[in-house]
Write a protein that binds this ligand. Sequence first.
Ligand SMILES: Nc1ncnc2c1ncn2[C@@H]1O[C@H](COP(=O)(O)OP(=O)(O)OP(=O)(O)O)[C@@H](O)[C@H]1O
Ligand SMILES: [Mg+2]
Length: 496
Amino acid sequence: MNGAARSWWRRLSLRRPFGLRLRLTVLYLSFFIVVLLARGWLFRQTLQTIMDGGAGTILEEQFKAAVSYLEPAGAEGRLVWSANASHGETMPLVQSLRRVILITAPGGEQVIEMSETFRRLALTPAAVGVRLSAQNPTSFVQRSADGGSYLVHAGRREDGAIVALGRSLETTDRVVDEFTRTYLVSLPVVILAVGLAGWLLAARALQPLQDVSRATRSITGDSLSLRLQRRGAEDELDQLIDSFNSMVDRLQHSFTQIRQFSIDASHELRTPLTAVRAQLELALLTAQTPEQYREALATAIEDTDHSAQVVKSLLYLSQVESGQVVLAQEPLHLDELTARVAEQFQVPAEAGELQLNIALEAATLKGDRTMMQRLISNLLANAIKYTPQGGRVSVEVSQQPDGRAVLAISDTGPGIAAEHLPKIFERFYRIEERSGGPRGLGLGLSFVSLIAKAHGANVSVDSEVGTGTRFTVRFPATAAAAAAPATPDTATAMSR
Ligand SMILES: Nc1ncnc2c1ncn2[C@@H]1O[C@H](COP(=O)(O)OP(=O)(O)OP(=O)(O)O)[C@@H](O)[C@H]1O
Ligand SMILES: [Mg+2]
């Protein structure tokens, strides 16, 4: 088999006989066969009705003619063919009418004329009389003893005489049978042609799916930036491509996070580990007294604690980012939560001789309690940590008329220069180590931004160097809060 033939063979999908293509074709063909059979049957019935109707009309006309050529004669009023019926142009007509005929005397019992063909219909005058008692005149189909079927039109005259005329339905039956045979014989050819067309069309319809599957196979862990091209048809396949692309987006995001975690962790741990090793080595070489050893060990413990803290925070941050930590969506009272966190900071605030102002209005939101506490405490910790002695830290909670809860934490600390503002939410970003200033991990604001994002909240910073900083977190409105806007509570203003 040469290359072209092989590819054609493959395209026919014969190697996968129960593939989607075959199933599609079989389904389509089955449906088509049912439709073809139903249509054929309907057409046959319609043809039969039309032809029977035509025969009926002719028979009725013939019946009228026959009746008009009959006239009562003699004292008994017995029906005889009129003089007109037996000569001239009408004679052949009347003769043809008399081929399948029954005429009875007035009263309907005594037969005056019954043709041989009518006799074979096995219809007695009494049987016709019964039908006429239900409807006069009447038409019905009667089978003859020789197997053919006849349409019979019968009527009773005023004097009670019955006239019945029959017409063979042989032609009608033959036409309908002929149609049925031709239809059934041509059916396999049509089914074959339709099946083949369906098979080829299915291949055409599935081609884009194969393209997508081929493109999908080319995406690996190292080529996660690849995306499938949309076809622009805005159809189900484009939707599939969109879903696939967004799945790769999420995968890439997770991969990036894992990679980032490794980079951050190794970078942050390398420096303290080198420092610890250097301290211990120095102590080993130079320390002589137990105090000198103790001091070196204490510094090493402090540094390893710091490293352990970095790893713990980093791990937690990654878990939250990758969705491993499931966030609750419970209704929270931001004011109560803030009051509880602020309480924990009273001692550090007092230690730093800071004035802690707390103004809380009732405000509700939906979120995760632990995460929210983490957000508040990180912002408050920064304000207290970076504000020098004698400064002031303010915590405010309010609910906007549109139902949004707002948390604002401001201080009179050193402020943040404009060039740092866009970066302070990045991991490990610390403004130049302020000499002798507090030591941090540079992760606090990463948590704040992550938690806010997970809650659909927005964090903004206003800061002026030398004057102070204000962090504002705006939460989305909850249905309950929007329905009942908070009234300004008795603001708890605590001053310490
Ligand atoms: N209220 C503030 N006033 C002045 N500078 C601030 C304030 N808050 C944050 N910063 C600056 O932004 C940097 C990043 O803050 P972030 O909370 O992320 O880290 P950190 O406080 O250094 O360490 P930690 O991970 O322990 O919180 C800080 O190093 C600090 O320089
Ligand atoms: Mg911090």
